[in-house]
Design a protein around this ligand. Structure first.
Ligand code: BG6
Length: 483
């Protein structure tokens, strides 16, 4: 997996006692290092406001790793020797104390100043932490220093610009890793390989051959314990501005000159810049009501703990996006996401144009369907290419069949997105991270939709969203390709 051993470094997790740290970061970090037997090259410093000793933090980390299915003597040893904890104090502003601790760990473990600062924090605290790191001189050292920012990066165009401005006071863009965990998914990365290593599809990938493209990020889960965040964010900020937009740019981008971080990101930004303002009449918001999913009754959004009885936050968004460039002009991209839909699936459906004339029209039993390429990014990762065949016998009858490829059959289980992304951070590869201009261009697109009084149409949990979303496509003479 790693071509070279990672540099000895200190991995500082801000928000170390939170869910992200215990559920994702520590297990991913351990798996990655253990796989290459490089555990001792990484010392983790958990940072938080809670008063914990190293021993307490190690115990909690051990539990978390066990819950993630990791249990070995090596894991215990890693926890005991390579995990440390530092409390920032109640007011969480003791950054000079933190700087001292980091320097003393570097000295003790012979770490040459290589540092990762991982912001696993609520977004409101990012500015304070970034300023604290910068002002205490931690952003410069004899080694490399990288900062990782979780999404959401800002809550609109202005706040994203301000956050970029603050980061750039202390860090060069080459040190900043804005995470969108979708980019760490193998199947999402494979979109580029699929397109640019297989000429058969690339030659069809344009307005002459494609009728429309649909991208769906459907979830069956609700908002769980996240009302405080979600009720302010809504689906537009939570999924559309980041995960869905990333998928859209990867599907629509031009061929980069070479497969490098900046060449790829340049092409993605060009797609975003070719999207005209999204018209409100092509956007549908929805909010789930109570319903049944997988035989289980679930609450409506407004009945979730922490959500106001009259909340108008959208838990569903569908919209039509147009791309005004030579490749895509006139071809609609329909994107949608929602919580409490009837299943969890992330899927891209490319529907090819119909044949110009149906030569089988004398046979009433011959209904031709458009060829479709369905790329499933999760949970059953793979491709399905649908085409018509003749059913044996008489009368002449067509049937839609498909060619399949399933990742799990070819490769077994796929690595966790965080494992891939953390490895890239340690190796200094920014290809799968969002650049400053990319995040701002994407906010620019959606900014006019924020703060608009869109009605959130209700939909029953366990369905595929509100009726209005169906009508959005019917207006264009199309329909959603439901998984
Ligand atoms: C997160 C969102 O970024 O992605 C969540 O904040 C969402 O609301 C999650 O549930 C979906 O991720 P995945 O990997 O399960 O598709």
């Amino acid at each position: 997996m790693m071509e070279q051993p990672v540099d000895r470094h200190i991995f500082v997790i801000f928000g170390a006692t939170g869910n992200l740290s215990f559920l994702k970061l520590l297990p991913a970090l351990y798996r990655l290092l253990a796989h290459e037997k490089q555990q001792d090259r990484c010392h983790v410093l958990g940072v938080g406001t809670k008063e914990l000793s190293d021993k307490d933090f190690r115990e909690r980390a051990r539990e978390a790793l066990k819950n993630a299915g990791i249990s070995s003597k090596d894991m215990n040893e890693w926890c005991d020797t390579c995990l440390h904890y530092h409390s920032l104090g109640k007011s969480s502003d003791d950054y000079s104390g933190l700087a001292e601790r980091i320097r003393s760990l570097e000295k003790e473990y012979d770490i040459p100043g290589n540092r990762v600062f991982y912001m696993a924090l609520p977004p409101a605290i990012f500015p304070k932490a970034i300023t604290g790191i910068g002002e205490s001189g931690l952003s410069t050292s004899d080694g490399w220093v990288r900062i990782v920012i979780e999404k959401p990066f800002g809550s609109d165009l202005n706040s994203a610009k301000e956050l970029n401005h603050l980061l750039h006071q202390y860090f060069d863009e080459s040190q900043v890793y804005r995470i969108d965990h979708y980019l760490g998914k193998e199947t999402v990365q494979n979109l580029l390989i699929f397109r640019f290593a297989n000429t058969i599809f690339e030659s069809l990938w344009n307005r002459d051959r494609i009728d429309n493209i649909q991208i769906t990020v459907a979830e069956s889960i609700g908002i769980g314990e996240r009302a405080r965040y979600y009720d302010k964010a809504g689906a537009l900020r939570d999924i559309v501005q980041n995960h869905l937009t990333q998928l859209l740019t990867l599907v629509a981008m031009e061929v980069p000159a070479v497969f490098t971080a900046d060449d790829i990101r340049d092409e993605k930004v060009k797609v975003l810049r070719s999207i005209p303002l999204i018209r409100p009449e092509t956007v549908v918001f929805g909010q789930y009501e109570k319903g049944t999913i997988g035989g289980k009754k679930v609450k409506g959004y407004r009945e979730e703990t922490g959500v106001a009885d009259d909340s108008s936050t959208e838990t569903y968004v569908a919209m039509k996006v147009e791309i005004d460039n030579w490749r895509w002009q006139g071809i609609p991209f329909y994107i949608r996401t929602g919580k409490r839909l009837n299943r969890r699936v992330t899927q891209i459906v490319v529907t090819f144009r119909h044949e110009p004339v149906c030569i089988f029209r004398p046979y009433s039993s011959c209904q031709i369907t458009s060829n479709r390429l369905v790329i499933t990014l999760q949970p059953d990762e793979g491709f399905h290419l649908y085409f018509d065949v003749k059913r044996p016998g008489e009368p002449l009858w067509l049937k839609t069949e498909s060619l399949h490829f399933h990742y799990k059959d070819a490769f077994g289980p796929l690595p966790e997105a965080y494992q891939t992304l953390i490895l890239d951070i340690l190796q200094g590869d920014q290809t799968l991270f969002v650049r400053a201009d990319e995040v701002e261009t994407s906010w620019r697109l959606f900014n006019p939709l924020l703060g608009q009084d869109f009605p959130a149409h209700s939909y029953a949990a366990g369905t595929m969203g509100p009726e209005e979303a169906e009508k959005l496509l019917i207006k264009d003479g199309k329909k959603w390709e439901n998984p």
